[in-house]
Design a protein. Structure first.
Length: 308
């Protein structure tokens, strides 16, 4: 059976896209040569040039493919001398380029599974655990989906660690080994809200020591502060009905409004909006290389302003 040499991998789930690319490289026993946005012509040229020693897989990563790419790719056939792998975040399937590619390329699509799609997430976690020889009860499976969500990169890492720990895991052990980011982030957000710098440092350090990326932590914190900000805005606008506030704030369960209203009772809109801006600013610094070990102190400084 002849292996395909032209691959199109689309979707927003970067972890699964990278998994697919790694599998293709292994299948072809090819060395990877990476090309970025605007380097498609170089990638095609590499794929069309026979390598002296083994195969060179040209991997071109881009957010999208421009219409002019059609001219470059029309010469790329499924029987290229080297594999050509196109990692494209989004591609309009209605375009001539997309139709031409899908007609001759091996195509895969990996979009992020929404966190609300618990059934699909559970099936994916169960599939991955079985591949690792790990037996999960339904309670353990539900906890993992709740604790990790749709971050399949972290999910895979946690499952691999669990598999090395024991082929069978109890829920009590799982709760110790795998922290619930959503719950921990809420606790940290609460410590920030109340000005408890010591608790902020302790919780943040614990999450980082477990290998959770600072951007995940900041994203969860920002989501909680955004909820508080919207509830505060609704209350300031004179909204009193919990269903109305829930709709305004985008909160699925109106029963949460009572507790959220209590939590923002002593906070002004300007404070919450300023804190949200500060969290987004920290996200920007993390993307630019802020050492993860410095994040707990950075957050503690924000908490101390509330406490003073």
């Amino acid at each position: 059976m002849t292996l395909a040499m032209l691959y199109l991998i689309t979707g927003s789930d970067r972890f699964r896209v990278q998994e697919a690319t790694t599998a293709i490289l292994k299948q072809h026993q090819a060395q990877r040569q990476t090309f970025g946005e605007g380097e498609l012509s170089d990638a095609v040229a590499t794929a069309m040039t026979p390598a002296l020693f083994g195969k060179i897989a040209a991997v071109c990563t881009a957010k999208s493919l421009k219409p002019e790419s059609e001219k470059l790719l029309k010469h790329a056939s499924p029987d290229l001398p080297n594999p050509l792998i196109l990692e494209v975040e989004s591609l309009d399937g209605r375009t001539k380029l997309a139709k031409a590619l899908k007609a001759k390329a091996q195509c895969y699509q990996f979009d992020l599974i929404p966190n609300w799609d618990r059934k699909t997430l559970s099936a994916e976690v169960l599939r991955r655990s079985r591949l690792l020889g790990l037996t999960l009860t339904s309670d353990c499976l539900n906890y993992l989906v709740e604790a990790v969500g749709n971050n399949l990169g972290r999910m895979q890492q946690e499952l691999e660690l669990l598999a090395t720990y024991s082929p069978t895991i109890t829920l009590e052990t799982l709760q110790v080994l795998v922290p619930n980011l959503a719950q921990s982030a809420f606790q940290m957000a609460d410590s920030l809200r109340t000005g408890d710098a010591a608790s902020t440092i302790e919780i943040c350090r614990g999450l980082i020591e477990r290998g959770i990326h600072p951007l995940e932590i900041l994203g969860a914190l920002a989501a909680q502060f955004e909820r508080w900000l919207k509830v505060r805005a609704a209350l300031d606008a004179g909204k009193a009905d919990r269903h109305e506030i829930a709709t305004f704030a985008g909160i699925a369960n109106p029963n949460q409004i009572y507790y959220l209203s209590q939590e923002v009772a002593g906070l002004e809109f300007e404070y919450l909006s300023g804190f949200l801006v500060a969290l987004h600013d920290l996200q920007h610094h993390c993307k630019r290389g802020l050492e993860r070990e410095r994040l707990p102190l950075k957050l503690a400084v924000l908490a101390s302003f509330r406490g003073s």
